[in-house]
Structures are given as structure tokens and as C-alpha cells.
Ligand binder design. Sequence first.
Ligand code: ZN
Length: 413
Amino acid sequence: MRSWPELSIPELSSGFALPALSLYNTASAQVEELAKKKIYRMYVCGITPYDATHLGHAATYLTFDLINRYLRATGSEVLFVQNITDIDDPLLERAQRDGISWSELAESQINLFRGDMADLHVLPPSDYVGVVEAIPLVITAIEKLQIAQTTYQVEEDLYFRIHSDPEFGTRSHYTNSQMLEIFAQRGGDPQRAGKENPFDALLWLAQREGEPGWPSPFGIGRPGWHIECCAIALNYLKPDPRDDFAIDIQGGGSDLIFPHHEMSAAQSRIIGDQRFARMYVHGGMIGLDGEKMSKSLGNLVFVSALIQQGVEPTAIRWALMGHRYSEDLMWSDSLMSTASEEVERLRLNLARMEVAPTTPVIENLIAALSKNLDTPEVLDVLRRWMLDTESGVVGGEAGELGRALDSLLGFSL
Ligand code: ZN
């Protein structure tokens, strides 16, 4: 599927040394250093295109954009793949509610998402892949699971025996009762009669009346949610067989820890030759004015609406960077207006003839990013530089700082 336009990133001067990036790995429950490599493989789960692009999406994709930019700045190549779940239950439900075709709804939301990502200066993935176009890959992946005798049928549908992976549960660390509760909340079917284990994952759903279906050796139907991501990741990220892991980073919001990432990893373990991801990195959830931001509450804040109101995309990045990516954030109008003011102040300072020293600012900014993306510290570094500049300290080069902010933070100033 077409991605959004590539952005040119100014190069950092070779005078800046970038330490290895450390990130919080959900699987180990620790902040770990990502060893330096020539090529990193990163897979970030994409949207189901029916409510693009709210601030929760923006926060997630900003986080992985900062990781992408940092790793690239170290001189490495980053293979970055993202999917779009362009066929799934929520999409069909929304299309039916609104009386439009599911494919039209998906197309319009994908277009909106592309535009929002381009506006937010998020670097596009090397491959942006829809599930519908990936159905042949999904079929091949399911056939590998069948050969490994890890599948079974419940009526006309096909399931994966999740405990075929001896490491099932080790990436998400929930108790059995937590997993049962969350699985049911997030599209799972633990109670379905005929399943061998409540957690077994749906691989192929036989066509239901009034729903679309695609031909396959398992009958006409459509893929389950988890199989799509591992099929796409293992194909497009071309794992190196000499590596212990198929990919380096599996990313998404914290609501994907279970079941989605646990189940994708379990399936990938059987389909591929290696364990799936070296690190599982998750962004927090975004709330609004003290409440959870959700479709059901109808309080989603959309990126396109903010931009239409005249908010500049860099200010949205700044506002989201005010908290650590892994923590939940409570959004408010005042957070947005303060961010807009600070970005304007930064722009004015960068336009001055004389500015405070910039090399140590860039060094501190790199150091903060390297420590599990300490973006609140990044903003504090910039606030201190603005104060120094405003109080007449000189000796810096605004152009050098502007390039670093563009390259590492995606700021367009
Ligand atoms: Zn996914």
C-alpha cells in the first residue's frame, strides 16, 4: 500500500557521538540497551482504519518516530514496517452503523491517517502493508502452523494452539485471570465452545453472512488479527537467520501487550526460525480532562481537528513529549496552548542573531533521548537554552540546533 511521502532529514554533525539507545522492554520488565547494529528491524502495529487519527495514535507513532530518528542518526539503517488492519470486526461494525461500505470507510480513513502522519513529520515506514493485500502471506503463515500441527478447527473457523509456544505469557506477564478478562475485552473469544484452550487464537474466520471473504485452502473467509502482523513482519522485515531474534523492536500502544503482541509472538515463534522480537516497546494511553479517551465515550481528540483549528504539528509533538512515552497522559486544552506558546518562543529564539551555546544543548538532548527517550528532559534542556538566550548569553549557532531538532525530534521550525 502507498505510504506517505519520505522526508529529508538533515544530518547531524559528525562531532556528536550517539550512545546506544536504551528502552523499556515489556518482556524483561527492564530498561535495556539496544546493542549497536548495522540494520535494525522495527515493526509497529498500525491502525484499524475507522477513527483516524486521534491523539492516542499520534502519541504511539511519535514514540516510534523518535526511536527511528535516533537509530538512523547513529548511522544505522532502520527497516520499519507498519500494517493497516483494513479488514476487522470494528471496521465492519462502524461501516454498518454509518451505512457505508467497509472498503470506502477504510480508504477514507487511511487517506486521513497518511495526511496526519505527513503533517506530524513522522517518517514513513519502508513498507506500509494492508491486511487485504497481505492475505497470500497470511495463508502461507497459517500453512506453516498447520505443518507444525499447531492448528485445529472449531466449526468452520481455524485456531492456533497458543501453548505450542512454550514462552506464551512471558512477554506480557499477566496472571491467568487478568489474561481472561483482557482477552474478552479486546476482541478475544475465551468462552467459545469447542476451543481446546480459552486463549487459543483465531487464525481464519469463515465468511459470515453479509461479510466479505477471500478464498483460501481453509475455505472462504478472512484472517484473524494476530496472524496478520506476524505474517507481514516476518515477510517484509526479512529477518537475518544469524540473529537470535527475527526483529529488534515490536511496538504499539500498551493496549496491545495482551493479547495482540503475546499472540503474534507465539505464532511467529512457530512460523519463523527464531524468537520474535528482541524488545517489546509500548506507549501509554491518552486520557482527556480526567477521563479515558475512547470511542465509546465519544471524547477522542483528532489530529486533523487540532490542525484545522490552527495548531501547528510541531506543537502537538511538543505537547506529547512533555510526558514519558511509557506513561499514560491526561490531555487538556491548556496542555496544547502551553505547548503552542513554547514552540513559538523556541522559533523566535532560533531566529535571533546571537544565541546561547548550542553544542552542549545538542549533546544533552542526545543523552536524554538515549535514556529510554526521556523527552521531558529534552524539553527542559530546550527551556534552559531559551532562558539563557533571552538573558543575553551568546556563543551558539542557531542553525546547528535547528538542524538537530529537525533530525532528532522531527520539529519543523
Ligand atoms: Zn499488530
